[in-house]
Design a protein around this ligand. Structure first.
Ligand code: PEP
Ligand code: MN
Length: 375
């Protein structure tokens, strides 16, 4: 028995991986399918350094009925056995108080809340109540859609209830249609979560973001570059036969390669010279940002003046021809300056939206003034 050999001994294993240390790695199949599949995968995963948790879903929240919905409670002993034999700490997804009860009864205390559960405050509160005062490790996946507050709310509910460590797990955001990623990473949301809740360990699940093996490495590296504390990766002894998420699971050998080639950035530059250079560049960025704010403020003042004219002449607020012209000309200017056209489109879209809002506010105020004079 090698219990504890791989698992960080701290009661807060996720946050101990901050500041340029190797990430906490959780790996394992999407679903526990059979005792052999769980044990074979766990043994191969344990044979490589760097992995400390074994994941496997028992109750699978499948989008459509009539697909494999997991082995349920029957599979719990397989996880317990894999944990005992390999020393990897076993974890699974819980969606109801009954799941929590079954997991705790089996002697396991690490679990995650899935994206489809995080969207429901009632479901999350029920889990929090079931875990009240329990010494457990819980990771909260982001909700299916890009609602930062909902994610934060779920973390808060669990944090106030659970006795152990509660972390966040970024698994990307769902949208209609087919896209490059199975679930769009929308990195700005985990970055905002980090800013709002800096004390909460933040991990990434590149498998569910990528949806296909070729993209996983890049997503994992980006998560490391952003200073996330860990990774959850789906790995199956034979992905071609997997009963769920077969397209995105990688073999333990591929997992090993991926982990070996990950670069973990240090939190700060090594030399004084570099530190000074960083300081200098940051000062320049501060100054550029200040100019940007002044320019944006000036632009909104101009938009207000336009609002006055539009109101006086009863012209419509939105002119599509003008908008198209703005996008085309600015994208061309920006591209000449080496800026990414997609980024330009996003930023111009927000600026335009805000200009229209400012113009509308101005027009409404004028109208209210006229009405009060007329009354
Ligand atoms: C999973 O981890 O297998 C899973 C169902 O994930 P998500 O909740 O991110 O869809
Ligand atoms: Mn999965």
């Amino acid at each position: 028995m090698v219990q504890g050999e791989h698992f960080p001994q701290s009661s807060a294993p996720f946050s101990t991986c901050r500041n340029g240390k190797r990430p906490v790695v959780i790996a394992g199949p999407c679903s526990a399918e059979s005792r052999d599949q769980v044990l074979d995968t766990a043994r191969l995963i344990q044979a490589q350094p760097g992995v400390s948790f074994l994941r496997a879903g028992l109750w699978k929240p499948r989008t459509r009925p009539n697909s494999f919905e997991g082995r349920g409670t029957e599979a719990l002993p397989w996880l317990v056995e894999a944990q005992r034999e390999t020393g990897l700490k076993a974890m699974t997804e819980v969606a109801t108080p009954e799941h929590v009860e079954a997991v705790l009864k089996a002697g396991l205390n690490a679990m995650w809340v899935g994206a489809r559960t995080t969207v429901s405050p009632f479901a999350v509160q029920a889990l929090a109540d079931a875990l009240k005062g329990v010494d457990a490790m819980v990771l909260v996946k982001n909700p299916m859609h890009g609602d930062l507050k909902l994610w934060m709310g779920a973390i808060e509910r669990l944090h106030t209830s659970v006795h152990g460590e509660v972390g966040a797990l970024h698994r990307g955001f769902s949208s209609y249609g087919s896209h490059e990623f199975r679930n769009a990473p929308m990195w700005e949301i985990p970055i905002a979560l980090r800013a709002e809740m800096p004390e909460v360990p933040l991990l990434c699940d590149p498998s569910h973001i990528a949806g296909r093996p070729e993209l996983i490495q890049d997503v994992a590296q980006r998560a490391m570059n952003l200073g996330m504390e860990g990774l959850m990766l789906e790995s199956h002894v034979d992905p071609t036969c997997a009963l769920s998420d077969a397209e995105q699971q990688i073999t333990p050998a591929q997992l090993h390669q991926l982990l070996a080639s990950l670069e973990i950035p240090t939190t700060g530059p090594e030399s004084h010279q570099d530190r000074d250079a960083l300081e200098g560049l940051r000062l320049q960025i501060d100054s550029v940002d200040e100019q940007l704010m002044r320019l944006l403020s000036r632009r909104m003042e101009l938009a207000k003046d336009i609002g006055v004219l539009k109101h006086r002449n009863r012209w419509s607020l939105l002119s599509l021809a003008r908008w198209r012209d703005i996008i085309a000309s600015r994208t061309a200017w920006g591209s000449d300056l080496g800026l990414n056209p997609e980024f330009l489109e996003k930023i111009l879209g927000s600026v335009h939206e805000e200009s229209i809002r400012v113009q509308g506010d101005e027009a409404n105020q004028r109208r209210a003034q006229q009405d009060s004079k007329g009354a």
